[in-house]
Design a protein around this ligand. Structure first.
Ligand code: PDD
Length: 284
């Protein structure tokens, strides 16, 4: 039996019920997080909690009603209650503006927010990490506040479906001729020995894994520029990888049916993948 958290209660998943008036359901009016748990340890919790707090502020959802989502303890209890204290897991957290009759503007002050969390077993795709994956490029049709991790994910849903139909793992977005990020990942490229990634702005999610990669690259002395790569140059980069909480560092070795670099994960990608693995599994 799976135990989930809903509005202050730990209960069987089958008993967790939401109103059909919930603004998460009606408007996609909420935020979410996905956190990684390894051997019962929540990875980078403070960064996830800080991003959630920023998201609440960005959407003007009262933090007062969402404090439990910002507590590591909820994740830890879900992990323990679901027998996920060993091996790997993910915890999903979601906060919505709550249930109220359908009008677009905010409901009355004091309308309780909805806070939901669940934990699931997770198994990274190690074969894909080692061999590399396929990607496609797509126009970034999302809104211009991609820095907010909202549950309004249609851009990602349509892009991942297009990727799947093309036999690819990820869709890499471009906006105004520049590569922004993946549908559910941040993107890095190696160009002439320099690691490049789109700068933090409203056009990408400030990925927790992205921040780890930036820090690791600096520590390893890998030259790094937070500067966009043009779409027209993308197929000729030496290396391309995407990263995220459930993606780690994932080489993209074929893009739109064309080989990237040597067609195998490149040296910078492998170095960073190993450095991240050390952080994840080494406990440092
Ligand atoms: N996706 N960019 C986008 C658009 C994302 O949705 C995500 C995460 C990332 C990577 O962020 P992080 O390193 O903090 O996971 C970048 C999550 C995992 C998801 O939607 O399931």
């Amino acid at each position: 039996m799976t135990t989930v958290y809903l509005n202050g209660h730990y209960l069987p998943k089958a008993d967790a019920k939401l109103s059909v008036d919930d603004r998460g359901f009606v408007f996609g009016d909420g935020i979410y997080e996905v956190v990684r748990v390894i051997e019962g340890r929540v990875f980078a919790w403070d960064a996830h909690a800080a991003r959630m707090a920023d998201g609440l502020e960005g959407l003007r959802i009262s933090r007062a009603g969402a404090e439990s989502a910002l507590l590591r303890g909820v994740c830890e209890r879900l992990v323990a209650e679901n027998g996920l204290g060993t091996g790997e897991a993910t915890v999903y957290l979601q906060v919505t503006r709550g249930a109220a009759p359908r009008v677009h503007h905010f409901p009355a002050t004091g309308t309780p927010t909805t806070v939901f969390a669940s934990a699931s077993a997770f198994k990274p795709n190690m074969a894909m990490r080692t061999d590399g994956a396929k990607g496609i490029t797509l126009a970034d049709i999302r809104w211009s506040r991609c820095d907010l991790k909202t549950v309004n994910l249609l851009g990602a849903v349509l892009a991942r479906q297009a990727a799947q139909e093309a036999g690819a793992y990820e869709a890499i977005f471009h906006r105004d001729g520049m590569v922004t990020e993946g549908a559910a990942t941040n993107a890095f490229m190696v160009v002439g020995g320099v690691l490049r990634t789109f700068p933090l702005s409203h056009y990408i999610l400030p990925g927790i894994t992205r921040a780890e990669i930036v820090e690791l690259a600096r520590g390893l002395g890998i030259p790094l520029e937070e500067r966009p790569v043009a779409l027209r140059d993308l197929h000729a980069v030496d290396e391309l990888f995407v990263c995220g909480t459930t993606t780690d560092v994932q080489a993209i070795v074929e893009l739109d049916g064309r080989r990237i670099g040597s067609g195998t994960p490149g040296p910078v990608t492998v170095r960073l993948r190993e450095a991240l693995a050390k952080r994840l599994y080494g406990g440092s």
